[in-house]
Design a binder for this molecule. Sequence first.
Ligand code: ATP
Length: 292
Amino acid sequence: MISVFGSANMDLVAYTARAPRRGETVTGRTFATIPGGKGANQATAAARAGADVAFFGAVGDDAFGPVMRRGLESAGVDVRGLRTVPGSSGIAQIVVDDDGANSIIVIPGANGAVAGASAEDLEVIDGSDALLLQLELPMAAVVATARASRAPVVLTPSPVQELPRDLLDAVTLIVPNEHEARAITGLSDPEQALGALLERVPEVVVTLGSAGALYGSRDGERLRVPAVPVRAVDTTAAGDTFVGALCVARAEGRPQAEALRFAATAAALSVQREGASTSMPARVEIDAAMAG
Ligand code: ATP
């Protein structure tokens, strides 16, 4: 069982040949509203990848709130910990170009009103194999929840910001992408950044987009995980799919290398489809791709 304490956003996605430069207007191709947010994405990815998942967070009392709630429910996520608060839901305005690259503006909305996990939430969280956290909620709520959790904490440090020591002290596994790893450590070489992060957290995965990922643990284990070669159409939520699937495989007790391959396989399936939650593969698809 996986718990996710995090953001739910409505993704407003514009697909365009190329993103506009500052001050420029371009005519795009298509537009979609897709439930997203790093927390909800990781919850959806983990549920699709085969785990029981409980999600804790907030949506607004606007038109997007019920849509996001139903989206999580239809992925099989337990949403008893999803509150509805007055005001607007979280929004992510996303531009996806023809190379599949994305740029994103996040407006927190209801996510900004989330406080630390309640005693009721913690009853569920403490019985989980992992608690997944990201940084789209107020830092105080993230820190309080990480410190209160008896379940191992897996942190995606995005959007990247300064990480308080008492947060890192509570984290078992941190999963930055290469840009986040550089911003946190000041080191542009991912291997060196991984080494520096291991001084603060017991396990580290640095994801490298189409170049795969690096894993390291304080026990001295080091693994390089190649990406599965595919034609990417939209990399939105590749990282969230990777983290969700990785935690499912770890919760199943799979060896580290196999768990990482499971995550890379799920992420490679997701980049071949448009959108965030809409692109995440089901367990049968991941198993078939692993076998193939
Ligand atoms: P995002 O912010 O778009 O969700 P991210 O920056 O957090 O993603 P990435 O490092 O881009 O995360 O990707 C995570 C994982 O997804 C990679 O380690 C890799 O396994 C897989 N992946 C990403 N891009 C591709 C690609 N073009 N082809 C195959 N696999 C990919």
